[in-house]
Design a protein around this ligand. Structure first.
Ligand code: HEC
Length: 99
């Protein structure tokens, strides 16, 4: 009896599953263009959108520097020491606070 109920519920759940096209929202976040944008493109863009950066609001240099280091040490982003400084410079310039 249990098996029949199980089979019937499996059948109905498969039958009831409705496969439709779902419209997924796609948001493109853009960040300021300058000579170091290329550094951001080659180091940051391929794991997540720039939305993560924009969501942080304005922060000081130390915050951005620690964040870039965290991306490398915790999430294993292969960021070179030179790009670490250039990305920090870029982030502080465009998303920094007046110190
Ligand atoms: C190897 C993949 C990878 C790369 C490359 C990468 N990140 Fe991340 N980043 C992550 C992951 C994973 C998270 C955490 C995601 C989550 O919590 O949902 C994250 C989170 C963030 C956050 C949100 C705040 C936080 O601390 O969680 C910011 C801001 C951020 N990344 C900025 C950057 C910047 C700037 C760069 C380039 C210098 C970069 N990321 C490169 C993987 C990466």
């Amino acid at each position: 009896m249990k098996q029949i109920i199980l089979l019937l519920s499996l059948f109905f759940s498969l039958y009831a599953s409705d496969i439709r096209d779902v419209n997924k929202t796609s948001i493109t976040f853009s960040i300021p263009t300058d000579k170091n944008l290329i550094v951001m493109q080659r180091n940051c863009q391929w794991c997540h959108s720039y939305g993560y950066i924009l969501n942080q609001g304005r922060q000081n240099r130390e915050f951005w520097h620690k964040l870039v280091i965290r991306m490398r040490e915790v999430y294993k982003a292969p960021i070179s020491p030179r790009d670490e400084l250039l990305a920090t410079e870029y982030l502080t310039k465009h998303f920094g606070v007046k110190e």
